[in-house]
Design a protein around this ligand. Sequence first.
Ligand code: ZN
Length: 275
Amino acid sequence: MVAIGGGSAVDTAKATAHYSGRKVVIIPTVAATDAPCTGLSVIYNDDGSFDKYLFYPENPAAVMVDTQVIANAPVRFLVAGMGDALGTYFEGRASIRTESPSLEGTGITRAGMALAELCYETLRDYSSQAIAACENHVVTPALENIVEACVYLSGVGADNVNCAADHSFYNGLTSLGGHSAPHGCCVAFGTLVQLVLEGVSQEEFEDVQSYCLEVGLPTTLAELGVSGEDDIRKIAEAACVPGETIHNLAGDVTPDELFAVIVATDALDRARAAE
Ligand SMILES: [Zn+2]
């Protein structure tokens, strides 16, 4: 089975291949998520809310990316991919601290963590150059590096470390129904939320926030189409249900704690944006 398309097409093909006993080859046409390389599909309910992760015994047999195809796609897809990839290192770091299993249910290896770290370093070093290339539909070494980070390092990295609050924030947001913010944009905001939840230094928070502003990832709830206390409460509750990866964080994150942190993160970001 060959999947050609974006994240939803890729996830659908992976599931179809699994249930029909076939190997799957993935040819992504956008680099908006790390779905191509992971050994799982995200399953949604009919109303668009997150249902579960469907894990497979094998990862895709091959993933082939034509970077000219990525360069020809709208740049917003590439930026969303940067957001999805941004979470990988921070979620891995949180998971290894609590000796959580990997996303695929094994131990977290140093190799997995090294991929996650390289993913983050690559994003920091090449994102702006890659955006400039994509805006002009040309392939450069920076664009190649970013495609590797978004598709390979983030996907294989995440499989071999684990997710944490960033992806739970996204899953929580889908409970609002009818949302249209791209997965990676929600994961980027979720990364900022996780940093506040972890109580990192102001310096580290602002550093990651600066990256988001530099590449055009959302740093406020308004940019994700979320407004009002009721929405935030609903996100916080859905993000903390049993089995969510937010529980890979140290301590037991409750919906009340997460609610407070989402509000605080948004306030920090609005303050920064107003500067
Ligand atoms: Zn993701």
